[in-house]
Design a protein around this ligand. Structure first.
Ligand SMILES: [Zn+2]
Length: 256
């Protein structure tokens, strides 16, 4: 028995849900293989960490991983770097992000925070990275209008994958094949306008093909919240044959 878990700082995604804070948008905290980190700290990540019981301490974070530079995925990254390093008093922590977040015209990371970090590593597709005892890999570039990656953690009990924002494309099922836990961003009920997000049909195709032991849907847009994420999870169970499908809620801890 280990103490590994993921914790949902937020389960909201997309502009409307973020602006109205219908769900929190803080992304996912993880504690695995003795390391502590966050994937996609959107607005409210720090607040949600401190509100957790017991609180998740930002100064204990080992790393931050960003899938891409949309504001609902990265808004709190500067704040967390400041908190993680005690305002730069302690040089520590690693940031992983696509290149455009770290430099260039759409840079998200404040320059003055860069020296606070122990390391900044630019993410590339289908590559491997290490954080203490944890190794993880990136997917290929997702279809999402800007450079975006998903992540797969190698854990002793199996693969933990985070399938972040993307339009559906068939190779996704190959890229995340073998996931024992599949956390998947489900923004839309039905993708009618060619939005670069997954909808219920796309998520069903992916889960059916991958057959994870546990699938977790999160990052809900307004149409999913309107439909009811639990109802959507029940429908996905029927359509995919995967029994354990969880509709994540804010503040939910899932042991691994
Ligand atoms: Zn996005």
């Amino acid at each position: 028995m280990n103490n590994d878990f993921i914790y949902f700082l937020g389960t909201g995604g997309s502009r409307h849900v973020m602006a109205e804070q219908l769900r929190s948008t803080g992304g996912i905290y993880f504690q695995v293989q003795g390391v502590k980190g966050i994937i996609d700290p959107g607005p409210g990540a720090l607040t949600a960490m401190l509100k957790a019981l017991p609180p998740l301490r930002p100064e204990e974070l080992d790393g931050i991983i960003l899938s891409h530079g949309h504001i609902d995925h990265c808004n709190d990254v500067n704040l967390l770097i400041d908190a993680m390093t005690r305002g730069g008093l302690e040089k520590r922590g690693i940031l992983w992000a696509p290149e455009g977040i770290i430099g260039g015209p759409d840079q998200v990371l404040f320059n003055y925070l860069k020296p606070y970090l122990q390391k900044i590593e630019v993410l590339q597709g289908k590559s491997n990275y290490r954080l203490g005892n944890l190794t993880f890999s990136t997917s290929g570039v997702h279809r999402h209008g800007m450079e975006t990656y998903g992540f797969s953690f190698d854990l002793p009990a199996g693969k933990l994958s985070f399938l972040t924002d993307t339009a559906f494309y068939p190779e996704l099922t190959r890229e995340y094949q073998g996931a024992r836990w599949l956390v998947i961003n489900l923004v839309l009920e039905k993708n009618c306008g060619g939005a670069q997000h997954l909808d219920i049909d796309g998520v069903a195709r992916i889960i059916r093909a991958i057959q994870p032991r546990t699938a977790v849907i999160t990052h809900f847009g307004k149409s999913i919240l309107h439909r009811g994420p639990e109802q959507v999870a029940a429908r996905l169970q029927r359509e995919t044959g995967v029994e354990n499908i969880i509709a994540a809620v804010d503040g939910q801890k899932i042991p691994l």
